[in-house]
Design a protein around this ligand. Structure first.
Ligand SMILES: NC(=O)c1ccc[n+]([C@@H]2O[C@H](COP(=O)([O-])OP(=O)(O)OC[C@H]3O[C@@H](n4cnc5c(N)ncnc54)[C@H](O)[C@@H]3O)[C@@H](O)[C@H]2O)c1
Length: 267
C-alpha cells in the first residue's frame, strides 16, 4: 500500500470548527494542502477572512455555542457540497491560569473556592455543549451518506490533574473525551468513526496568546520530556491520519500528542 493512498484525503468535504487559528488552522491547512475541500467555522471575522483566503478554504462566520446557527451552518455546507466526510470539532477556549502560578506560588484568585461560576458556564458551553451540538449535526448528515470521520480536540487535561489550568477546563475536557467514546459506540454501525486528539501545551493564540510568551514556554517545557511546547505542525500528521483510510479500523480512540508530558517530568 502506497502512503499516497493510505493517507489520501483529496476531495473530502471537511469542516473545521475554530479553524481560524492555532490547532484548528493546522488541521484545516493539512487537509487543504492535500486536496480536501475545507470549510472553516469560526467567530473571529478578521482571522477567518485572512486565514481561509491564505489556505484556500471556505468560511462561515458562526459562534458554535449558538445551536441554531451551528446547525444552519452545517445544513448550508452540506447543501453546497452534497455531502460531509470529515468534521474536526475543535473550537475551544483556554482554561488558565490555574491554582498555581508558574513559579509554584498560589494564585489566590484562582483557588478552587474562588472560581467564578461564569467561568464554569463559559467553558462548559463551548467545550461540552457546543461539542455535543457539533457531534449531533455531523452525525445527522453523515448518517445519510457513506459514513464519515469526526475528530475532536480534547486535551491531556482530560486524563490528568493540572496546576496551571482551572478545574472547569479539566472537567469539561474529561466530559468531551468520554462523549467521544459514547458517540463512537453509537455511530459505529453507520461507519461514522469518532476519535480524539489530546494535545499537551501547544503554542497557539489560546488564552490571549499566553503560550507565546517565552517565559511561560520555558516554565511549561520543564514538565515535558521533549523539553519544548508543541508547534502546530506537530499535530498535522494526526489530522491526516484520522481523516484518511490509514485509520479506517479505529474508533473511540484518543491519540495523545504532548512531547511525553503525560509520562511525567524528568526533573
Ligand atoms: N493550545 C494548547 O495548548 C491546547 C492544549 C490542549 C487542548 N487544546 C484545545 O485545542 C483547541 C484549539 O485551541 P487552540 O490552542 O488552537 O486555540 P486558538 O485560540 O489559537 O484557536 C481557537 C479558535 O477557536 C475559535 N473559537 C473560540 N470560540 C469559538 C466559538 N464559540 N465559535 C466558533 N469559534 C470559536 C477562536 O476564534 C479561534 O480561532 C481547543 O479545543 C483547546 O481546548 C489546546
Amino acid at each position: 500500500m502506497k502512503a499516497s493512498s493510505l493517507f489520501d484525503v483529496s476531495d473530502l468535504v471537511t469542516v473545521v470548527t475554530g479553524g481560524a487559528s492555532g490547532i484548528g488552522l493546522a488541521y484545516a491547512e493539512a487537509m487543504a494542502d492535500n486536496g480536501a475541500s475545507v470549510t472553516i467555522f469560526d467567530l473571529d471575522q478578521r482571522r477567518l477572512d485572512a486565514e481561509a483566503k491564505r489556505i484556500g478554504a471556505q468560511r462561515v462566520l458562526v459562534d458554535v455555542t449558538d445551536r441554531n446557527a451551528l446547525h444552519r451552518a452545517f445544513d448550508e455546507t452540506v447543501q453546497k457540497h452534497r455531502r460531509l466526510d470529515v468534521v474536526f470539532a475543535n473550537a475551544g477556549i483556554g482554561g488558565g491560569p490555574g491554582f498555581l502560578a508558574l513559579d509554584g506560588t498560589r494564585n489566590v484568585g484562582r483557588a478552587f473556592e474562588a472560581l467564578d461560576p461564569d467561568y464554569w458556564d463559559r467553558i462548559f458551553k463551548l467545550d461540552v455543549e457546543a461539542l455535543f451540538s457539533t457531534l449531533q449535526a455531523a452525525a445527522k448528515h453523515m448518517k445519510t451518506g457513506k459514513g464519515g470521520r469526526i475528530i475532536v480536540t480534547t486535551s491531556i487535561s482530560a486524563v490528568k490533574t493540572e496546576t496551571v489550568v482551572g478545574a472547569p477546563y479539566v472537567a469539561a475536557k474529561a466530559a468531551a473525551a468520554h462523549l467521544v467514546r459514547q458517540a463512537a459506540l453509537e455511530l459505529a454501525e453507520y461507519d461514522i468513526l469518532v476519535n480524539a486528539i489530546a494535545p499537551g501545551p501547544f503554542v497557539t493564540n489560546i488564552s490571549g496568546g499566553r503560550l507565546q510568551d517565552k517565559e511561560v514556554q520555558a516554565a511549561l517545557a520543564k514538565h515535558c520530556p521533549l523539553k519544548r511546547l508543541g508547534h502546530t505542525d506537530d499535530i498535522q500528521g494526526l489530522a491526516l491520519f484520522l481523516a484518511s483510510p490509514a485509520s479506517k479500523y479505529m474508533t473511540g480512540a484518543s491519540l495523545t500528542v504532548d512531547g511525553g508530558t503525560t509520562l511525567g517530568s524528568l526533573e
